[in-house]
Ligand binder design. Structure first.
Ligand code: EPU
Length: 351
């Protein structure tokens, strides 16, 4: 296992923040983990496990070991009851994997097309879009357990998935290194196009013919490219905030004042609000601090406009959280992981 030093992490984080890692290694096969944990540079509490870099914000140079997870491979495990079980290694690129499943005639992931990042990162925040969450298709997750230095398989229930949350962000944080994910995909396609304008876009493209999973994927790509910036041309980490969930009376009070406010009642009686709408209502679209700005097409996304510094992004996030809190009395929480910040700006802004 080769350890490199003073490695530039700028191309490895999609926001494009400038940072270097003191120590850096590449994981090419899951068995490399046995060697990685024995490296002198390895300190369990301070390893940066780096996937596609699309959900992290680097607050400065990384004074520890960064491990770039690059193990690749996709294989079919078995078929049963109309489901095909595919195992993908953590280092596979998410969208390439989705396209692979579609080419293999399988469905279940088409609504999650074009999400940046890697397969191994997908369960961590339970990526979701257009009415589907990845938990709906995950059978199990293979991990290296740093407590025991053995490989374990966690089934779907053990991963404790919820909206943009999982065991890997909560109690299992720092314990499990995800090395592969097993998906249960459908042999027979059943479209799920209830979200927003997805049905209309799909129907227009198909003009009366039978809809395929690839049609849904194409429509999702079209909608996403219309409002979400491509990290290759404009640095970003996708949604910067989670959509806040509030109690029903809070939502009713807000609706009396803002009847057009998008709101999504949840099974438990609470109500999910659209953070992008709340931010736009505060006139923050396009608002900029230093090189970091609120995206013009989708206020939920912050972008790296002009070589943003880490403190620009932090200050912008803090300003947004404070403004939304003052205007609507609603607390926003950031979605990406802040690497090297003592507190996330949503916590800091609330003080
Ligand atoms: N809206 C505005 N202004 C904005 C943004 C949104 O008024 O600037 C309104 C929209 O008009 C709509 C509502 O807010 O009525 C919801 O907007 P949208 O459908 O664009 O979705 P979102 O809630 O903003 C979520 C996910 C996205 C995912 C989309 C589509 C979260 C945090 N974000 O965004 O996920 O692609 O739904 O399913 O749940 C990501 O996590 O990185 C991500 C992009």
């Amino acid at each position: 296992m080769q350890v490199m030093h003073n490695v530039d992490l700028t191309p490895l984080n999609t926001f494009g923040l400038k940072a270097r890692a003191r120590d850096f290694a590449v994981l090419e096969h899951e068995n490399d983990l046995h060697e990685i944990v024995k490296l002198p540079a390895f300190k369990r509490e301070s390893v940066l496990w780096l996937g596609g870099g699309s959900n992290i914000l680097l607050m400065g140079d990384y004074q520890g070991l960064a491990v770039h997870i690059q193990n690749r491979g996709i294989r079919e495990l078995f078929r049963s009851d109309g489901l095909v079980y595919l195992e993908a290694q953590a280092g596979e690129v998410w969208h390439e994997f989705v396209l692979h499943t579609l080419e293999a005639g399988l469905s279940g992931l088409e609504n999650l097309s074009l999400i940046p990042g890697s397969v191994g990162a997908s369960p961590v925040q339970n990526i979701g879009a257009y009415g589907v969450e990845v938990k709906d298709a995950i059978h199990s997750v293979r991990c290296f357990d740093l407590d025991t230095c053995t490989f374990v398989t966690l089934d779907n229930a053990a991963c404790r998935f919820s909206y943009r949350e999982s065991l890997f962000k909560q109690a299992g944080r720092g314990r499990y290194v995800i090395t592969a994910v097993v998906f249960a995909l459908n042999e027979t396609f059943r479209p799920n196009v209830r979200y927003g304008d997805l049905a209309a876009v799909v129907e227009q493209a198909c003009a009366g013919r039978k809809i395929t999973a690839k049609d849904v994927s194409d429509a999702v790509c079209q909608i996403r490219s219309g409002k979400l910036p491509d990290p290759k041309t404009l640095g970003n980490v996708g949604s910067f905030f989670k959509n806040p969930v509030v109690a029903a009376p809070t939502a009713q009070k807000l609706l009396a004042q803002y009847p057009d406010m998008p709101h999504y009642p949840q099974p438990d009686g609470s109500v999910k609000l659209a953070a992008g709408w709340l931010i736009e209502c505060c006139n923050l679209k396009g608002f900029q601090i230093g090189g970091a700005a609120v995206h013009n097409q989708q206020a939920l996304v912050l972008v790296n406009k002009q070589q943003a510094q880490a403190h620009d992004v932090y200050a912008l996030a803090q300003h947004i959280v404070r403004t939304v809190q003052q205007t609507f009395g609603v607390a926003l929480h950031t979605e990406p992981n802040w690497i090297g910040a003592d507190t996330a700006p949503d916590t800091a802004a609330a003080v």
